[in-house]
Design a protein around this ligand. Structure first.
Ligand code: NAD
Length: 340
């Protein structure tokens, strides 16, 4: 059993904890919170020992009926590996703590590549993570881009990529953020940071990305164009995606043409928290013109990095050395059968 601690039980942390708990070879030995919140009660319901960043707040937690197992340092000492899902920039500050106790740690996409020195995606570079002390699971947008670019590169060779990301403004519970009625160029400069981030996993790829944020809370939408090294057909590309465990096809017959309808679909499918763990590539948008490829894909920002964190744990622990085997184990335990 791999003993996993989740430092930061928020949007990503709570999903990682449930995904880890579902695995046959992993156990959640603790999760951490900074203050009393609804999520802390969920952790109690799930039976995850609750640790707190600031032990002086122990009385406040106990007054709220939440048992505190100890502080974050105590949790880290009990773990074989820590998934750090604290807000962007906090992970960097936590790194010395993991070093002090000689623990492995996985950071999230809100941290810079340099914090771990290695950026991870299960299909692209699982084997390179084996035995590493630190890794970073790239952000939701980058995970979505890497999956589709890597699959296309393996099959046809990718000459260059140009992609536009229409990004959700905030997560559903993030009541303080916007925009409310605007399309914000984010960033206004071109390229956006997403292209260089893809290159932390796929350094050979020529990629330029543009991004803006819009007033939605569920999913990013990517418009992706690639120049391929060899000509292919739409049918070949669809077959490639059908056979990819983390690329799903939003079929024309479903009539789904938006993030909203896709959300309804994942909800109706009974996915936990309506999570779409795979890329949602719109079948109708898949177009091939000679060596040019185009598609739209929906990326559920809260969900696509979750199976990647689970695979990253196995790779870093070195317990499973075959990426496909880990991906299969993760997906089976989650009940991830790609849509389409
Ligand atoms: P979040 O704010 O929802 O959750 C962070 C949690 O960490 C909160 O529960 C907070 O209480 C806790 N926390 C804060 N400081 C802490 C500390 N010092 N010690 C322990 N816990 C602490 O954030 P999130 O959206 O889950 O993001 C976490 C990371 O995942 C970031 O790097 C982010 O960029 C990345 N990420 C987020 C998304 C997304 O869409 N939300 C997608 C992919 C990657």
């Amino acid at each position: 059993m791999i003993n996993v601690a989740v430092n930061g039980y928020g949007t990503i942390g709570k999903r990682v904890a449930d995904a880890v708990a579902a695995q046959p070879d992993m156990k959640v030995i603790g999760v951490s919170k900074t203050s009393v919140s609804a999520e802390a009660y969920v952790a109690r319901e799930r039976g995850y020992p609750l640790y707190i960043a600031d032990i002086s707040k122990k009385a406040a937690f106990e007054k709220a009926g939440l048992e505190v197992a100890g502080d974050v340092e105590a949790m880290i000492q009990k773990a074989d590996i820590v998934v750090d899902a604290t807000p962007g920039g906090v992970g960097e500050k936590n790194r010395p703590l993991y070093e002090r106790y000689n623990k492995k740690a996985i950071f999230q996409g809100g941290e810079k590549h340099e914090v771990a020195g290695f950026s991870f995606n299960a299909h692209a570079n699982y084997r390179d993570a084996i035995g590493k002390q630190f890794a970073r699971v790239v952000s939701c947008n980058t995970t979505g881009l890497v999956r589709v670019i890597h699959a296309m590169d393996q099959a046809f060779g990718v000459e260059k990529v140009r992609a536009v990301m229409v990004r959700r403004g905030a997560d559903p519970d993030d009541v303080k953020r916007g925009p409310i009625d605007a399309i914000v160029l984010n960033p206004p400069t071109i390229p956006s940071h997403h292209g260089p981030d893809v290159q932390t996993v796929l350094p050979q790829i020529d990629i330029v990305t543009l991004a803006m944020i819009v007033p939605v809370t569920f999913m990013h939408m990517h418009a992706v164009q690639m120049d391929l090294k060899r000509e292919t057909t739409r049918e070949e590309v669809l077959k490639l995606f059908e056979n990819h465990s983390r690329i799903g096809l939003v079929r024309k017959v479903t009539g789904i043409k938006s993030n909203a309808q896709l959300r309804e679909y994942t909800q109706d499918l009974g996915r936990p928290r309506t999570d779409l763990w795979e890329n949602g590539v719109f079948e109708e948008s898949v177009s091939v013109m000679g060596r040019e490829f185009y598609c739209f894909q929906a990326i559920h920002q809260e969900a696509d990095v979750i199976p990647e964190n689970v695979d990253c744990i196995r790779a870093m622990m070195g317990t499973v050395t075959d990426p496909e085997e880990s991906i299969r184990m993760t997906d089976r335990a989650l009940g991830l059968v790609a849509i389409g």
